[in-house]
Design a protein. Structure first.
Length: 415
């Protein structure tokens, strides 16, 4: 009987894979297609996990997944660097899920991320990967009721996805026992090792066992803080660097600038709305006040528009994030809250209404489009005060931001 059940499972996997291969997809770039030719079967993953992988639309591993999955399955500590939008979440989710013992009631995997929205998204992704595996996955994030987390932790939990402050709070209150965790993942590690988060991250590690498997992932790594942290907490790591020195930005994202005065920005934005074929777009501003004001102006122009920033109540942020991801609005105005890891495949245009000061911020902003090898467009509004920053960012990222043409080729950013 068991052999028959196994055959049925294998048939389901084969059927899901065949459907995926038949499905027409958008153009994909070398960021995700330049692989060694491995398949998910190459890693001897459980059939139930493979079925979920194919149903989620992954036909084969991306380069970072090819490199990271076997190392993680071997129990190695890994420091993985790959472009934003090239499958880093899958690179750690797939192997860690496959290693879970569902009969063990203790927390076995802890994933720490810097923002609440990313925690929600990552927990959702983990649930999709484990759809057929009967695992218990919990999101623990600030701005929500800690009482609900306490009640949830009275039951079996295999995986926790958390923001740093909330998981530390739960550990200090002795609500969660982190000593049972076998694998800890720091996603967007450059942020988690920043001056703001480093003290909290260190305190969390004091609650973990000393021989734990540690996985660090990001598109950018602060050299000094990473080296210090690695020396203390990540012995003998396997380094994976999928980013060549000359290609930090995604290949599928075309970058333009519009050189204008501050007072011309709204008019320029309105013109872009009328000329571009936008599936969904994210527009970035420096401050929460500018986010709210611009969203109001866009609505007055007659366009559907949401906005999101860190000063909003968490329930309101959750609703905006959920509704935008579901396609309820074509446009989202955001602060830099939304630059980290947020994966909404239908976003094909990013507009920097306010140009960022730092190259890391720019990199993560424009990485909201052109995800997983697809095509996208990044348009930057540049005033006199932004020129120096733009030149420096081009230099830091070894990229070119071109002057915006009169007409933008649809083939650069549409399906």
């Amino acid at each position: 009987m068991k052999n028959n059940e196994k055959t049925i499972e294998e048939d389901k996997v084969a059927e899901a894979k065949a459907k995926l291969q038949e499905k027409e997809d958008r153009v994909k770039t070398e960021d995700v297609t330049k692989t060694k030719g491995l398949t998910f079967e190459s890693f001897d993953l459980p059939n139930d996990l493979q079925l979920a992988i194919y149903e989620m639309g992954y036909d084969k591993p991306s380069p970072i997944q090819e490199e990271a999955i076997p190392l993680i399955l071997e129990g190695k500590n890994v420091i993985g660097k790959a472009k934003t939008g090239t499958g880093k979440t899958g690179a750690y989710a797939i192997p860690t899920i496959s290693m879970i013992d569902k009969d063990d009631p203790n927390v076995q995997v802890l994933i720490i991320v810097p923002t609440r929205e990313l925690a929600i998204q990552t927990a959702s992704t983990m649930k999709k990967f484990s759809k057929y595996l009967d695992l218990e996955i919990m999101g623990a994030l600030g701005g929500t009721s800690i009482r609900k987390d306490i009640l949830r932790l009275e039951n079996q939990i295999h995986i926790i996805v958390a923001t740093p402050g909330r998981i530390l709070d739960l550990a200090e209150k002795e609500v969660v026992d982190l000593s049972t965790v076998q694998t800890v993942i720091l996603d967007e590690v450059d942020k988690l090792l920043s001056t703001h988060f480093m003290p909290v991250t260190r305190k969390i590690f004091n609650f973990l066992s000393k021989d734990i498997q540690v996985l660090l992932f990001s598109a950018t790594f602060p050299k000094e803080s990473t080296q210090v942290f690695q020396k203390e907490y990540v012995p003998d790591p396997q380094y994976i660097n999928m980013i060549a020195q000359d290609e930090v930005t995604l290949k599928g994202v075309t970058q333009y600038y519009a050189y204008i005065e501050e007072k011309e920005k709204l008019h320029c934005l309105n013109t872009l709305f009328s000329k571009l074929q936008i599936n969904q777009c994210i527009i970035f501003c420096h401050s929460y006040k500018r986010v709210e004001l611009l969203a109001k102006k866009i609505s007055q122009l007659g366009y559907s528009c949401f906005y999101i920033h860190s000063r909003m109540a968490q329930d309101d942020r959750n609703k905006v994030f959920h509704d935008f991801k579901n396609g309820d609005s074509r446009c989202l105005v955001s602060s830099d809250l939304f630059t980290r890891g947020i994966d909404i495949p239908s976003v094909n245009v990013v507009i920097n209404f306010d140009f960022p000061q730092y190259s890391t911020t720019y990199l993560h902003r424009i990485g909201r489009s052109g995800r997983f090898g697809h095509l996208g467009l990044a348009i930057n509004f540049i005033t006199d005060k932004d020129k120096v920053n733009m030149f420096q960012i081009e230099k830091d990222l070894n990229t070119e931001i071109q002057a915006i043409p009169q007409d933008i080729d649809l083939n650069l950013y549409t399906i």
